[in-house]
Write a protein that binds this ligand. Sequence first.
Ligand code: ADP
Ligand code: MG
Length: 308
Amino acid sequence: MLQVKNISFQYKKQPVLKDVSFSVKKGEHLAVIGESGSGKSTLLKLLYGTYNLTEGHIFWKDIEILGPNHNLIIGPEFMKYVAQEFDLMPFITVSENIGAFLSNFFPEEKQARISELLDVVELKPFANTKVKELSGGQKQRVALARAIAKQPEVLLLDEPFSHIDNFKKQSLRRSLFNYLKEKQITCIVATHDKNDVLSYSDNMIVLHETKIMANNIPKHLYNLPQNKLIASFFGEFNVIDNKFIYAHQLTVVKKSHLKATVIKSYFKGNCYLIEANFNGENIFFEHQIQLEKNILVYLKINIPAIIS
Ligand code: ADP
Ligand code: MG
């Protein structure tokens, strides 16, 4: 189990984290979310032992993770960290980069392992391409493969798909997170993408103003967001009767007490997102067909009865 106990940290005068505690069980996936600058990357770097903590302790099982004051080499052996700005060796091939930390003692096993990893990150066709010739997203995939090559016990991922285009993102995300679960690798992922969280994280923490604002299972935080920041992470939402109502939870009905005037329709593929005026405020709802400006609609709130 990873245990973070009352840690505080600041780069200069301004504290980034103050008295933060949480834990992650073996094999569990934790998502760290929060606005840009909230300290997600800093937290991952602290977990890796990159900096000395101002206060507090971090343990993996009974091993304390210590900063550079106590260690010659940063990063414990059982952990791998993929930074937002990944550093690879540009003049050697994708395969050589992925195999860089694997033993040469069993060349056949090494090749088989590299081949398996190339499949996970979908880079088979680029096995023999030099890294300097790859795009940003391809490099990010090499960095991911290299990080899991030696099967770490704990993997820290900082915005792991930020450079990867939508064509590849869905399948890569599925393949990587499923692989980690299968191997029971504990994973902590800093992300701004709800798709990394909803289907793949066991727990999520929300960083805000140096603290953990929320720590719960994604389903709970989605169904009962306690504030606007959390609701906005999951999607377009409205505040009606002091409740957070997502756009897809409002449906058009024949008659109701919620009367709105359409402002604009945005095509979203599976539906239209409709912006409308409701009591002088802008609200959003989803609808199957486009609605013309100034049309009057009645809306009903549709929240599933069972939320857990
Ligand atoms: P996030 O990853 O959530 O965007 P960061 O952890 O990168 O946030 O940054 C948290 C805060 O720490 C920000 O205010 C940022 O400006 C500051 N910060 C990050 N890295 C450094 C650094 N190396 N030196 C000084 N301040 C930093
Ligand atoms: Mg960051």
